[in-house]
Design a protein around this ligand. Sequence first.
Ligand code: ASP
Length: 592
Amino acid sequence: MKRTHGSGTLRPEHQDESVVLQGWVHRRRDLGGLIFLELRDRTGRCQAVVEPEAKDAFSAAEDVRAEWIVELHGTVRVRPEGQRSSEPTGGIEVRVNRLEVLSRAEPPAIPVAAADEQEVSEDLRMRYRYLDLRNPDRLQALDVRHRVIKTIYDVLDEEGFIHVETPLLTLSTPEGARDYVVPSRNTPGHFYALPQSPQLFKQLLMMAGTERYFQIARCFRDEDLRADRQPDFTQLDLEMSFVDENDVLTLNERLMARVVHAAVGSDIATPFPRIGYRDAMDRYGSDKPDIRFALELETWNDVFAGTEFRGFSAALNDGGSVKALLVPASYAEGLSRKALDELEAHAKVHGAKAMAWLRREGDALKGPIAKFLERETADITARVEDGGLVLLIADRWNTACEALGAVRLALRDRLDLIADKRELAFAWVTDFPLLEWDDDNGDWTYMHHPFTQPRADELDRLETDPGSVHAVAYDLVLNGFEVGGGSLRIHDLETQRRMFDALGFSREDAQARFGFFLDALKFGAPPHGGIAWGLDRLVMILAGATSLRDVIAFPKNVRGGDPLTGAPSPIADTQLDELGLAVTAEPPEVQS
Ligand code: ASP
């Protein structure tokens, strides 16, 4: 390598050393007699000065523009007192004696390391992602990602795992989304599916005797995109044989502690709190609770048992709940009538029909429904501090929990309740129901996937009372995001068959879709379980980024498109012919 140093690594102790630097011209200032170049590479930036005495270098520097790539030869000089800056390299400059242009460049299509990024639309940033990535903060996010993945390899290797790749062209793996499909040329009319997860393969690996498997696995799910989703994404997928739930959780805690340390240098406390699903919903109104702040929900069914207020009695008579969120006086002061209306609107977006509020003033309650609650006033004022507020939602239990949980998070943001923005609050959510009722299809459906083990002591209710059976399943939650999920698995044919029955699959359907897997179970399976982490989301939080797109080198936009390459795109008629396909849909209007 010709390059002797990284631009960002030079310090006063390099005084008088001859150096060769290669990198991008971050900025060029021509002071008439002197030309200053700020040179940038992956390690950082430093100032170089070209004096007219270095004739060739000086005339070359006169042509140079920002973002040209150059090679500089020169000597390190300690800057005189008064000319130093606070940059890491602010104590030195490089006095250039030779300058070679390695690549000329047109002015960048988007500002590189723009001070105000809001000015550049995200699609434009993606279209020119290779320029966008020149911003050191963005490169930093990729560095965190690398560190996370490297640590995963190191730790899991120490723990006796091996990395195994599973196929990308495969058969559908149910994880509750649509498949991306790839047509087969050799068997026209047949399609591969891209994996939604390597779930069945990792279970087959356990049956094969691998015992401890992991994979940094690319997965594909065709879902309506949201800000925190990408159609192709990366999981840490792992599976272990001969383990119980606690073994999987503690292994993950050890791994996560090392990953966090490597990524951000801080130590996290283990074990993580474990919260049952029912409890998480009841207290936080979410199965991915943000436990960094209190404001826990309460259940006020007892306060309103026998109430004459129709809005609440109707919900209670239908078996629903009245959930309450107490806002202490110190915060309540700042919540105007308008703010409360906005919070109610937010609750409605999350499924509630209404949200009521009551403000305690001495022995009295104020609020639109206060006059209907004379009977309950004493009971309520005993629970709400003077000047405080209570927000109330009466509905089906899960609707009331979820809607008030959403209000809790809105209050977190509105009142800025997270004191330490770098805090990492991990928790496990456990004891999920095995199945949930799907109103749309009028049938039971799986909450995780159909291979999750029902709790042994509840298995006898699978046919008679499926909704009451719990799964040995767990989600890993961080700051209100789900960053992982897994379970112990069914490992005997009989239970797997019963599970498919409970899900309403006919024996023929189950055989047609999963025959290969049911066959494998016939040949014996060790007890096993595992988890998958959403690696993009974890890295996003660790890198302090606000979008998944910031931690993926070449992300897709919210419409699932790639503005850089233009994918997805039509294919040539000859390709369609080869595949035996005809396109019948009209192409959509191109959105810019
Ligand atoms: N396959 C599951 C998922 O992708 C994770 C697991 O159960 O291990 O969510």
